[in-house]
Design a binder for this molecule. Structure first.
Ligand code: DGT
Ligand code: CA
Ligand code: ZN
Length: 572
């Protein structure tokens, strides 16, 4: 059965399409209002089951029948037809901050602009300014938005890349005469987004292997087919680069194609001290070629300890490895608790019971449940009258199992004023309070900084959630004074979330190492809306590793009571 959130999204899309097509404004509003009405409906499942959606104020006969159609067929035909009558480019234009359906409609109707390219031209050429309501500030914001989309739309989030790479590798493994096969490039380094998938293969005779891959029916659109390099495009547009080398070249090639480019350049420079030339085929010393058996050996030859791929970004890892100061990086198995999980109490898909049952079956020992607070309307945030039930349910489940499987948490909105979404006497009832920004993203830097600082001052907030608000490949981070906010958080004992949602992976790993050195502690969380989502923490662990974190830097590596103690430590 379809969820309420799915219906809300579809109705909003319907309203947007109507507005883009220039439909009657009352009709546009009818769909928008219907979606708003649905947000506060508690018994959606019953109403749709009994075909009584029309009893909800704001949902008329037409719309309720379209929702039944959606539920039964997975589609609304009228919406499908309407959407396909509109140029795709309009929907890309909508991704730009400041451009809603009304403005996109005006651009389309008045200036015949229906894609980003034409929009950019109109901004640069000045025709945009002729349009009513389009001034220089908006123009500059639109240009920034286009630039962001151009830079990021060709990159993929790491979850999609991981899934695809696993499928491709599975197929490649069916070929004979392959000795080794490994992911390289940014995906092996656990970057937050990737441009393509790099795969390295070795075999006794690379050209035979290459020939076989070129003949594989599964990979359709080949871009190039060489003896050592094959590139192709998958049906979904994804690029895959495969390199095929001789068996004894595998280690140096793997190191080379893992990168990063900066790391490689620095290592090559350093190897000159040893009179060694390093490239993908081997290490060359006085005309003699050495073929290390492992990456460990490769680094050892250059008088260094092994550097895990995540650290190979050219940000001080070589110096550390020379001094044997590469940290013992955190691993997935170090995590004891799963923090930041939503349930049916707000916009999650599972019940508290199901989570408790999951903890019992999994290798983890507790879950910190953190449903949304009241202002998160779209996420079905909990009104005050619901909280008592939420909290007592958690207690009674723990009692039933005779152990603390579930911890009482909340993901509390940080309002635009910087106040939290519940008063302190309510916040007091939670064991973990994650403060998150879910609205008002377009604030200027100074106001956003003030907002975050005020939230950090709240005595009950323990954790800053997805601190930058970015949605990788989709939405830019908002700006705030990192120095001020992070140092205030450290001083106040507010810890930082590493959110493992593949679209967030927020806080950015580039800040983590310095923050750790300044005394910050972290939590690696899945921000899960279902039990399946919990698996995403592997991506957060990758980010933590990129930030040089060890087990002791991450507090959900503690068992539950020590975790709560660590969390409350400074604040108390
Ligand atoms: P991406 O694809 O943008 O997500 O990032 P990478 O790091 O996977 O970059 P990619 O696919 O262009 O190249 C894979 C690796 O090959 C890269 O990490 C290092 C190596 N590589 C590529 N181009 C160069 C280069 O010009 N110089 C050096 N030293 N190494 C390179
Ligand atoms: Ca790559
Ligand atoms: Zn959130």
């Amino acid at each position: 059965m379809i969820t309420k959130e799915d219906v809300i999204k579809k109705l909003e899309l319907f309203s947007t399409c109507l507005e883009l097509s220039g439909a009657n404004i009352f009709k546009v509003r009818a769909y928008h209002n219907a979606s708003i009405s649905l947000e506060s409906v508690q018994n959606f499942k019953e109403l749709i089951g009994e075909r009584k959606l029309h009893t909800i104020r704001g949902i008329g006969n037409d719309i309720s029948h379209q929702i039944y159609e959606l539920n039964e067929t997975g589609n609304i035909k009228a919406l499908k037809d309407l959407k396909s009558s509109l140029p795709d480019g309009l929907f890309y234009m909508l991704k730009i901050e400041g451009l809603g359906p009304k403005r996109v409609r005006a651009l389309y109707k008045e200036l015949k602009i229906d894609n980003l390219k034409k929009l950019k031209k109109a901004c640069e050429g000045g025709t945009l300014l002729k349009l009513n309501g389009f001034g220089p500030v908006l123009r500059s914001n639109i240009l920034k938005g286009i630039e962001f989309l151009e830079k990021n739309s060709q990159r993929y989030t790491v979850d999609i890349a991981t899934d695809i790479s696993e499928k491709v590798i599975k197929k490649l493994k069916t070929l004979s005469k392959i000795s080794k096969i490994e992911i390289a490039g940014s995906l092996r380094r656990k970057r937050e987004t990737v441009k393509d998938i790099d795969i390295l293969i070795s075999g006794a005779s690379p050209d035979e292997v290459s020939k076989k891959i070129s003949d594989m029916k599964e990979f359709k659109e080949f871009i190039s087919k060489g003896d050592t390099k094959i590139s192709f495009k998958l049906r979904n547009g994804f690029h895959v680069d495969i390199r095929i080398v001789k068996d004894n070249e595998f280690v140096t090639a793997l190191h080379h194609f893992t990168g990063s480019k900066e790391h490689n350049v620095q290592l090559r420079h350093l190897s000159k001290e040893f009179d060694i030339k390093i490239n993908e085929y081997g290490l060359e010393k006085k005309e003699k070629v050495i073929h290390p058996e492992s990456e460990e050996e490769l680094f050892n030859i250059l008088n260094m300890e092994y550097i895990p791929p995540e650290l190979r970004e050219g940000r001080g890892e070589l110096e550390a490895a020379k001094k044997n100061r590469i940290p013992k990086l955190i691993q997935l198995s170090d995590l004891k608790g799963i923090v930041h999980v939503h349930t049916l109490f707000s916009d999650g898909k599972n019940t508290l019971e199901e989570l408790a049952d999951f903890v019992k079956r999994s290798g983890f020992s507790y879950i910190v449940v953190t449903d949304h607070s009241q202002s998160s309307r779209i996420a079905n945030g909990m009104k005050l009258d619901k909280l008592h039930f939420y909290l007592s349910e958690i207690d009674s489940i723990n009692k039933k199992y005779g152990e603390k499987l579930l911890v009482k948490g909340i993901e509390c909105d940080i309002l635009t004023s910087g106040e939290l979404d519940y008063p302190n006497h309510v916040l007091e009832n939670f064991e973990v309070v994650i403060g998150s920004v879910h609205s008002g993203f377009s604030m200027d830097k100074a106001s956003m900084t003030k907002r975050l600082l005020r939230a950090i001052d709240n005595p009950y907030m323990n954790v800053l959630g997805h601190i930058s608000g970015r949605l990788l490949t989709k939405r830019k981070a908002y700006d705030f004074d990192k120095e001020k906010v992070f140092s205030s958080a450290i001083d106040s004992g507010v810890y930082l979330e590493i959110n493992s949602n593949p679209y967030r992976l927020d806080v950015d790993w580039r800040y983590i190492k310095n923050l750790k050195e300044a005394g910050m502690k972290f939590l690696i969380t899945p921000d899960a809306h279902s039990i399946e989502d919990i698996e995403n923490i592997k991506y957060g662990v990758g980010i933590a590793r990129k930030g040089w974190l060890e087990e002791k830097d991450v507090i959900n590596t503690h068992e539950v009571y020590d975790f709560l103690k660590a969390l409350k430590g400074v604040k108390a």
